[in-house]
Unconditional design. Structure first.
Length: 296
């Protein structure tokens, strides 16, 4: 086995127990065909309205209360590129919540949701492990994230990671919805250029290959977008005056992965156990001392 259970792993039980979904093999086969053909697939309405409301209410309360040492609105968020630190910056007032599954049991439960696992098993051909969770508020006026590739940060080896991008608001061009570049699922990882800090909170930007073009993955709240860690994707600023673009974003890898960036250990088995994985130290496409980064 390439990993082992940490000696001091926290109790993995969580308070939410979701029912196992009904498996529709025909629908799953069609989803897998679309994913492999286009590079991404949107599972429409996968999350129920009450689940969407539950997540938004939970993270809304977390934002109001703060979690010292884990989530502290108003402070610079380490890992994000040059946020000015002024109270007027929406990303300072509404920062993303990084790795909430490490300190919040409800986030952990949704990360391991059996409806998401059902698709991942079909797409990967085996049981996955969970590697990351993030909650984005993306309020009006917030910058986006320039075109990038997730596995540049996660450095999953062999293969790549896979995202489950859960829309918790309707998501479109106006409020900074996600854009994907179709048919880039087999693209090589690229050492990124420098992004425009006026438009992107992240400093990294990957050029779109010649002949390809980003398209908006327009989504309704409850839709889930799946794509692998080599797919080029990103978002522009939220130009709406009133609409947030909340989302819960999770990353996974095949259960037999050998290595991953140090920022994503321990990984989590789909039955809730923390597992240690060897660190990837190759430097990725940039070489040198690059060891990945906490946020994809």
């Amino acid at each position: 086995m390439p990993y082992k259970t940490p000696e001091k792993a926290e109790e993995s039980a969580h308070s939410l127990i979701f029912p196992e979904p009904t498996v529709d093999e025909t629908r799953l086969a069609e989803a897998a065909e679309a994913l492999h053909r286009d590079g991404y697939f949107i599972a429409r309405g996968l999350f129920l309205p009450e689940e969407v409301s539950d997540l938004n209410a939970h993270f809304g309360a977390m934002h109001a209360e703060g979690r010292p040492g884990f989530y502290e609105p108003g402070k610079f968020v380490k890992g994000d590129a040059k946020i000015a630190g002024s109270p007027e910056d929406p990303l300072v007032r509404w920062p993303r919540v990084m790795h909430p599954h490490r300190f919040d049991q409800k986030a952990r439960a949704y990360l391991l949701h059996p409806k998401v696992r059902m698709y991942l098993v079909k797409f990967m051909g085996q049981d996955p492990v969970a590697t990351q969770s993030m909650y984005y508020f993306k309020p009006p006026g917030a910058r986006g994230q320039a075109i990038h590739q997730d596995n540049f940060y996660l450095l999953v080896q062999p293969g790549t990671c896979m995202a489950a991008w859960i829309a918790l608001d309707d998501s479109d061009a106006e409020n900074g919805g996600l854009m994907v570049v179709p048919n880039t699922q087999d693209a090589e990882l690229v050492c990124p250029d420098i992004a425009d800090s006026k438009l992107s909170f992240s400093s990294n930007q990957v050029p779109v290959p010649k002949g390809k073009k980003p398209v908006y993955a327009e989504m309704k709240a409850g839709d889930v977008l799946f794509f692998n860690g080599n797919v080029l994707h990103g978002s522009g600023p939220n130009r709406s005056k009133t609409r947030f673009r909340r989302s819960f974003i999770c990353h996974y890898a095949k259960g037999d992965l050998a290595r991953i960036s140090k920022y994503y250990t321990p990984v989590v088995s789909m039955d809730g156990r923390d597992l240690m994985v060897e660190f990837e130290k190759s430097g990725g496409p940039c070489g040198g001392e690059w060891e990945g980064a906490p946020g994809a």
